[in-house]
Design a protein around this ligand. Structure first.
Ligand code: AHG
Ligand code: MN
Ligand code: MN
Length: 327
């Protein structure tokens, strides 16, 4: 049996990164305990506030955010944190060498219906050691990430992690409280017959995305000549987890519903860490046309269209977009 701490001791990463990952995993254990008690822990329902993105915060969004914020600002290696739920970055130890971004609770709309939610994190180098960390220090592209991962609070709690050398999965043992390694060197098949998208936004998509999905829906009666199946967890963590387990394509494309926002998902603490995992497992991750991890960010809360998963389907989306742009 290999535990997370065994794994981190021999992983190709620094002791500082290992320490921050350990801190996040410990908070994941505490969030798991709250979720297991559910309604009994008084964690369901609205918090009564909105975050910077104008979304109503759930109680558990705020609780999970505060737990991660407290734990990470208490870790000496952490120079600052940025969260979906906080307008600006929070500086921590200015002698620390790392920055952490997180989506404390992904899939908030699932909380009240007792369905899967998650936590997503991204660890970046701090290039301004000795000075107080500010938003601008976080504006590094996805390729700068030192580590990334998510905690999935599903039927069991799982941690998927990359430090840039493949993807490793751990399962939280509810008896011992240890994260135990359950799979490594995860690989995503290049081909898939399973896709995830919120189809209710069809009329807001651009023509190439409508064409791609229409081809999948047409199945063996259309140009693809075979049937496809839909799955939608409504928590990106759950959909990405399924893709790491058995392939698939996940999309939250550009749509005119989120005017001037380029889609729904956030680059820095949703798209980049998930892209790092997907690429490390041999999949592809784009904004429909170009690689997400190459995007130079200009705002810690900026949104980005997301098309990720099995390589050949991601390429098919890209090809259709290129064909439309040429015509
Ligand atoms: P969050 O709960 O952190 O705001 O993120 C929710 C995101 C993502 O997890 C999921 O894929 C998507 O929103 C679901 O969107 P729909 O409401 O369109 O299903
Ligand atoms: Mn989210
Ligand atoms: Mn969230």
């Amino acid at each position: 049996m290999t535990t997370l701490s065994d794994y981190l001791q021999q992983a190709e990463t620094t002791s500082e990164v290992s320490s921050v990952i350990t801190t996040i995993a410990e908070v994941g254990r505490d969030i798991t305990a709250l979720l297991r008690r559910g309604a009994l822990a008084d964690i369901l329902g609205e918090a009564g506030n909105e975050n910077i993105q104008g979304e109503a915060q759930k109680k558990l969004d705020v609780i999970a955010n505060d737990m991660l914020l407290d734990a990470l600002t208490g870790n000496n290696h952490c120079a600052g944190v940025a969260s979906e739920e906080l307008d600006h970055a929070t500086p921590a130890n200015n002698k620390g060498s790392l920055l952490v971004l997180f989506d404390p609770l992904d899939g908030s709309s699932n909380i009240d219906i007792n369905m899967a939610v998650g936590t997503i994190f991204s660890i970046l180098p701090y290039n301004n050691v000795g000075n107080v960390a500010a938003d601008s220090d976080f504006l590094q592209n996805g390729d700068a990430q030192l580590a990334a991962g998510y905690l999935l609070y599903g039927a069991s709690t799982m941690l998927a992690l990359t430090v840039g050398n493949g993807v490793t999965m751990f399962s939280l043992d509810p008896d011992s409280g240890e994260y135990v390694l359950v799979s490594e060197n995860i690989r995503i098949d290049k081909d898939t017959s399973e896709y995830a998208i919120n189809s209710s936004n069809h009329r807001y998509w651009l023509a190439p995305m409508q064409q791609y999905i229409d081809e999948l829906v047409a199945g063996d009666a259309g140009v693809r000549g075979r049937d496809f199946n839909t799955r939608w967890v409504a928590a990106m963590v759950g959909d990405v987890h399924r893709i790491l387990c058995r392939g698939g394509i996940f999309m939250y494309p550009f749509d005119t519903k989120y005017a001037n926002k380029a889609g729904k998902l956030r680059l820095m603490y949703e798209a980049n860490p998930m892209s790092f995992l997907i690429e490390q497992a041999g999949g592809a991750s784009t904004d429909a046309v170009k690689r997400i991890m190459s995007i130079e960010p200009n705002d810690i809360h900026q949104r980005v269209p997301v098309v990720l998963g099995s390589e050949n389907e991601v390429l098919r989306v890209q090809t259709i977009h290129n064909e439309h742009n040429q015509s």
